[in-house]
Ligand binder design. Sequence first.
Ligand code: ASP
Ligand code: MG
Length: 403
Amino acid sequence: MRIVQKFGGTSVADIERIQAVAQRVKAEVDAGHQVAVVVSAMAGVTNQLVEYCGAASPMHDAREYDVVVSTGEQVTSGLLAMVLQNLGVQARSWLGWQIPIHTDSVHGKARILSIDTAELVNRLEDGQVAVVPGFQGLGEDSRITTLGRGGSDTTAVALAAALKADRCDIYTDVEGVYTTDPRIVPAARKLDKITYEEMLEMASLGAKVLQTRSVELAMNHHVRLQVLSSFANTPGTLVCDEDEIVEKEIVSGIAYSGDEAKLTLVGVEDRPGIAASIFGSLADASINVDMIVQNVSEDGSTDVTFTVGRADVDRAKQVVENDDAIVCREVRADGQVVKVSVIGVGMRSHVGVAKTMFEALADKGINIQVISTSEIKVSVLIAEEYTELALRSLHTAFGLDSE
Ligand code: ASP
Ligand code: MG
């Protein structure tokens, strides 16, 4: 078998842990498998590097940012290769540009275009372990790129797809994918299996366990993806196709994101073209809009509410206020909001999920500010102070609590 193993920052946080990681790699080699390992930077290192960039130059060149922040992974890959060699395992590091992992040139958030695997495959077939730093690639401009925070997951999945690996194991500091955040809801349960689609929603709606892009890639290339703990010897969560899951719950998980802010335009002129000019101006300023509601108009004016990322709220307010084409009485911003989402492919065939969700929140006196839905999820925006209460009551209402 050919396996890709990926180890996150806490799993490689110090030399002792890197030694433990090496034992896990060795175990797969001893079992006769071909192994490529993808590593993150040691815990905290990337944050520190990002901070250095901000301190050196607040408006820094994104190409130089990538030169700096990609180094964390380089350190770990060299260290792990050394430790493996000490255990008698043949291993070498392969930096992104050496393989190469080709990406586009969107520095700081590059996407992988292709991976040249010929030489890697030769070495793997000779029994050499490839240790690959995650998060980095080679841009079309021939410079180092990085894949966005959490991007080592994406390196691992893309490598697994390119190498046609039989498995891609993502080792992390939790035992798998949970029904919701166990730090907030103690009754949260680890899922044995979750569908690609649900995992994609979970990741993009706030669950931090996998980078969203990695799930997208796994889904498109049918990579057998497993999330498991590097600190325990328990089976993790398998991310797979729907037909591999026998007992499906209607709702599989509940995600939340505190990275939201709400803007309300009060007393907007109600005429054709007004939404186009509001959201056109925001798009021109590269501000991503998520949920949108527009109220009914009574006296020729209406209220429009929408959400943006919290980091963009001040800029979004300015854009709207400074645009002469947008006539409204007032612009209100609220950063104390959180988006809570219930997710499950079972929603396609079952009615009443929204009803159960809204009733559970109403029972606790939690007001819903904005709602959005898709085929397999319902999201609501609520005041931040109710996050914990909302997650706990929804977890119970959908029968997800562990016994
Ligand atoms: N070290 C990078 C980060 O913290 C990439 C990763 O670990 O996935 O975002
Ligand atoms: Mg991560």
